[in-house]
Design a protein around this ligand. Structure first.
Ligand code: MG
Ligand code: MG
Length: 238
């Protein structure tokens, strides 16, 4: 999983460099697939419950699971790229939200807030704490900035499959959740909105958008719980 994560981090870093006005999300998907092939990993999303691509490419009000197509990126767009790879049967899952050219300050604030929530949750993760501590950490940071939290979508365990127990919610629940232990591997993914966090699925059966059309941001890392804390497996090279 460490190797799978490092490769995925490299791929996302390269995609981030390629994002600019004029490129299509399908071109980014083709590029990702080529890089996966070159690195000896398989796409985790392609074929997953019938999903047709190696990336989820969500623009602006698209929250998750948008399918790459011939949409041309425009100056001011907000693009979330979510991807996963499989190496020797082990999965990795990570997402970034990238500004296309210049974006509005409030949109940048969303990226910064989701990233801060993700990093803080990772920094508090260690053996002996309950998963709800991660959830509370994310919720407090996002709420403090006034953004919405999509309740229906959450982080998850990951390993020999893409989605495993436990859920890592982005808001605090009454139930404290299971206790973290060394060797557990988790995908943590704050998913936040500028307006209402209510969502709906489009007719393609995949794309989830905000009901009010407001912007959405998702950032995600796969991490491993170690004896001392947590290690980010999907770190991107600078
Ligand atoms: Mg993901
Ligand atoms: Mg995930």
């Amino acid at each position: 999983m460490r190797k799978a994560g490092a490769i995925l981090g490299q791929i996302l870093a390269e995609l981030e460099r390629r994002v600019r006005p004029g490129i299509t999300t399908l071109e980014l998907d083709k590029l990702a697939e080529q890089m996966m092939h070159d690195n000896g990993v398989k796409p985790a999303f392609k074929g997953y419950k019938g999903f047709p691509a190696s990336l989820c490419t969500c623009l602006n009000d698209q929250v998750v699971h948008a399918i790459p197509d011939d949409t041309i990126l425009q100056e001011g767009d907000l693009l979330t790229i979510d991807s996963g790879v499989i190496l020797d049967g082990f999965y990795s899952d990570s997402a970034i939200t990238v500004p296309v050219g210049r974006i509005k300050p409030r949109a940048q604030k969303m990226i910064d807030t989701a990233t801060k929530a993700l990093n803080e949750a990772i920094s508090v993760a260690r053996p002996g704490i309950r998963t709800n501590v991660l959830s509370r950490t994310i919720e407090e940071i996002v709420r403090a900035e006034g953004f919405g939290i999509v309740l229906e979508l959450s982080g998850h365990g990951i390993g020999k499959s893409l989605h495993e127990d436990p859920y890592i919610l982005n808001y605090e629940e009454e139930h404290p959740g299971p206790t973290l232990q060394p060797g557990m591997t988790l995908a943590i993914e704050p998913i936040i909105t500028l307006g209402s966090p209510k969502i709906k699925t489009l007719r393609d059966g995949w794309t989830i958008v905000t009901k009010d059309g407001s912007l959405a941001v998702q950032v995600e890392h796969t991490i491993a719980i170690t004896e001392k804390g947590a290690e980010i497996l999907t770190k991107r090279p600078k």
